[in-house]
Design a protein around this ligand. Structure first.
Ligand code: FAQ
Length: 327
């Protein structure tokens, strides 16, 4: 059992029962800890769910490069500019890895990008908020990367081979991002009074989106049960949120920073963190296209698609091998 969810609960909906024998074989394979590969038989619902999740993850990486990307030219000092540029480049690379993993499930990259640009596909809530100051980029690189690592290290143990292998590689790079972000936060938190205020204000702005990052509470989550049953998700949304609070609240306090939630405390009897309702209405608004930066983020991606179209056309020409080296 994972919280109130059981991975062994029977397939109740008809959509899972397309071929009971194959389904039983498929589930036995997952139970034995073997990976499912693209050419293996899989239930339609497994394919649909994986594609939805990996595609959203890929979109999150390329949109996720934007809030920090706007700071490359303004990063304080050459070393920080170089480090930020490398991080942003890594995030785009993660998008590439994830689009490739998603393509193994039968959807083309072009179709995925079209769905992103038309607003049909979702991406992580957190990237619809602005990075107002340099301290915002520090908080993103430390705590959003930390949250992403908690999610991805867990899901790297998942059942779908291409996704779990992509996640392993992504996590290695993300752990460098986290160290880079932590270094920036420590510099600000131990700097001048003004710098400390700046990082505290950034943390105050990002706390709610970070709480939302792991998804809605388990009692509301629509997909967790089936995803855990097939070991695509290895932990539930609330379990990952608790793991994040366990690991990072003490580190935040250690730096002399505060968490903007007067009700945050670890209950000594249950061992669980208790916190205020992080305004789930805001979460639903943001993921459905009405956050502070949704329109701006998609406008940038549209511009990227349009202004890069000639490069893709040139590469697709039959004589592209002669054209590409000259570009
Ligand atoms: N944002 O039933 P559940 C990164 C949607 S990578 C937006 O609980 P599920 C790297 C969900 O899609 C960040 N939408 O869903 C980086 C569903 O809507 P749908 C991305 C969300 O799938 C760092 C509905 O709510 N990571 O940060 C969110 O079981 C720094 C119901 O929710 C991944 O994508 C959300 N936060 O659990 C880059 C990891 N949460 O599709 C640059 C893979 C939920 O029915 C800088 N994904 N929704 O219309 C997952 O682990 C899962 O999909 C969850 C959500 C845990 C995100």
């Amino acid at each position: 059992m994972y919280g109130n969810l059981s991975i062994t609960e029977p397939a109740s909906a008809d959509r899972f029962a397309e071929d009971p024998e194959k389904l039983a074989e498929f589930e036995a394979k997952i139970e034995r800890g073997e990976k499912i590969e693209p050419t293996d038989w899989m239930p339609r619902e497994y394919r649909r769910q994986l594609l939805r999740m990996i595609e959203q993850h890929a979109h999150s990486e390329i949109i996720g490069a934007l809030p920090e990307g706007t700071w490359i030219t303004r990063a304080p000092g050459f070393k920080r500019k170089m480090a930020l540029m490398a991080k942003v480049q890594d995030e785009i690379g993660h998008g590439q890895l994830l689009y490739s993993a998603a393509e193994t499930l039968g959807k083309t990259r072009e179709q995925m990008l079209t769905d992103l640009l038309t607003g049909k596909a979702k991406y992580s809530n957190v990237f619809n908020y602005p990075a107002i100051t340099w301290a915002d980029t520090a908080v993103i690189a430390w705590l959003i990367d930390a949250a992403a690592i908690i999610n991805q290290v867990t899901n790297a143990k998942g059942s779908y081979g291409p996704y779990s292998r992509a996640l392993e590689r992504i996590c290695t790079e993300e752990s460098f991002h986290l160290k880079y972000g932590y270094d920036n936060v420590v510099t600000l938190a131990t700097g001048t009074k003004k710098q400390k205020e700046m990082v505290q204000e950034a943390l105050n702005r990002w706390w709610k989106p970070i709480m939302h990052f792991f998804g809605p509470p388990d009692t509301v989550s629509q997909h967790t049960a089936v995803l855990m049953r097939w070991k695509v998700k290895i932990a539930s949304n609330d379990q990952m949120r608790q793991q994040f609070l366990d690991s990072y609240v003490p580190k935040i306090w250690e730096l002399g920073l505060t968490v903007p939630d007067p009700n945050l405390r670890k209950n000594p009897d249950t061992g669980q963190w208790e916190y205020s309702d992080p305004d789930w209405d805001e979460f639903w608004r943001v993921i459905n296209g009405n956050g502070p930066c949704n329109k701006e983020r998609l406008a940038v991606r549209r511009w990227v698609e349009e202004s890069g179209a000639w490069v893709r056309r040139a590469l697709m020409r039959p004589d592209a091998q002669y054209v590409a080296p000259l570009c």
